[in-house]
Design a protein around this ligand. Sequence first.
Ligand code: C2O
Ligand code: CU
Length: 487
Amino acid sequence: MLNRRRFLTGAGCVVAGAGLARTGSGAPFATALAAPAAPGGARTVAARLVAAERPGSLPCFGGVALPMWTFSEATWLPVIRLSLGDRLEAELDNRLARASEHTSIHWHGIRLPNGQDGVPFLVQPPVAPGESFHYGFVPPDTGTFFFHPHCNSAEQIGRGLTGILIVDGDTTAPYAADEIVFLRDWLIDAGTQSFRSFYTTRGASRAGTFGNVRSANGAAEAELRLPAAADCRLRLVNGDPTRIMEIAVDGAEAAAVAVDGIAVPPFPLSTWLLGPAMRLDLVVRAPAEGGTARIVDQRLGEPVPLARLVGSGPAPATVTPFDPAPLRAGRIPEPDVGSAERLSFVFASTTAPPVALASNDPADALLMASICASADTFWTINGSAWPGRDHARIPPPLARLTLGRSYVFSLRNASQLMHPVHIHGHTFKVLASDRRTLPVHHADTVVLLPGETVDVAFVADNPGRWMFHCHVIEHQETGMMGFIEVA
Ligand code: C2O
Ligand code: CU
């Protein structure tokens, strides 16, 4: 089995290529997932999200207040919490002061009706300053999700415009704690007390513009106090527009129990690639009282500490070997892989040297024929680019799918950088990579390593026009964006 591989990019930097479950180590866990949750909730949960500029001074800002854009007066990171079966009624008010700064809310990972998906022009009118928009839906899945705007996203997300959506009902035995760990960078110019440019052509044409201050829950060295020696659930969310992290836990036993909100049979965490928008639910055996462990990003080799876990209080009377309680199975329809139609998607750079591709795949011909060279188009999907500067001009869909049919998408990265590829309205079953051993799991966003092909399957059961794009926002906004149509 592959463990860790390192790839040399053309630019000469070393890219950690792992994201691997080292499933072979440690005592085997009891891995059977419990039966899926039955929708027990019947409430209507109302939320008012008022997008506005609010000067904010998060702990990681080092004492300066920055012109954040947030959804709430009360907190920079609103958390909406439902039970499976509950209905969310969310009112978005756009109070952004900049002329023509329209916005919307995309409920990332939620399999909802197309009209609630929050993509301006494609499924709803953009919400102009002074306007409102109402969203209402019943999330069909339990788990950890988040929401963000879907236009000028490098800046809107860059300034903070995001929130968390948790749908409860997936636990079988309560964990001793349940904490959100929201990870992201900030692009700060401390001298001028402002943000730095959220978009750079250099970043957009490479791995993206990285922030210079890293944070977990808004703090540079977040500390989470956890009940000592007890099993705690940590919901990691990568809310960064750019950075792909390689998550590990130092100093404590940890298991992955859900990926992108959907349960996986628990496996010991070695490292996991967490691209923008991806979530990873961990169960961690908290340190003994006063002891510490760390969540780190080891993407660039030397582990970067993101959060410190501190054991607090007396240990439980009996401490059993670490064998985390699994979650309830997800409710994602099972694709019929045998009869599925196979479609190929090639994710490529417009500037990369031609990559040798297996022939007689129509996607290859498209790729080779369509090198588009506008200054702001660096990336393509199957040879076409949808420029972020003009979301209003809607191109033809990348594919037309038949409602109810199973599909296998072969996602091929023909570029020399990584791309976290995201689909709206559906959740992939990740089948296999040609470069790595991955546990079979569900995901709405899948990291593609340079040169890698990942096969994913799903039932096209949700009618509408669904975005399909790279979640490195600067890649998305410079061409690596399209949509599929299910009818
Ligand atoms: Cu999280 Cu199309 O987005
Ligand atoms: Cu990308």
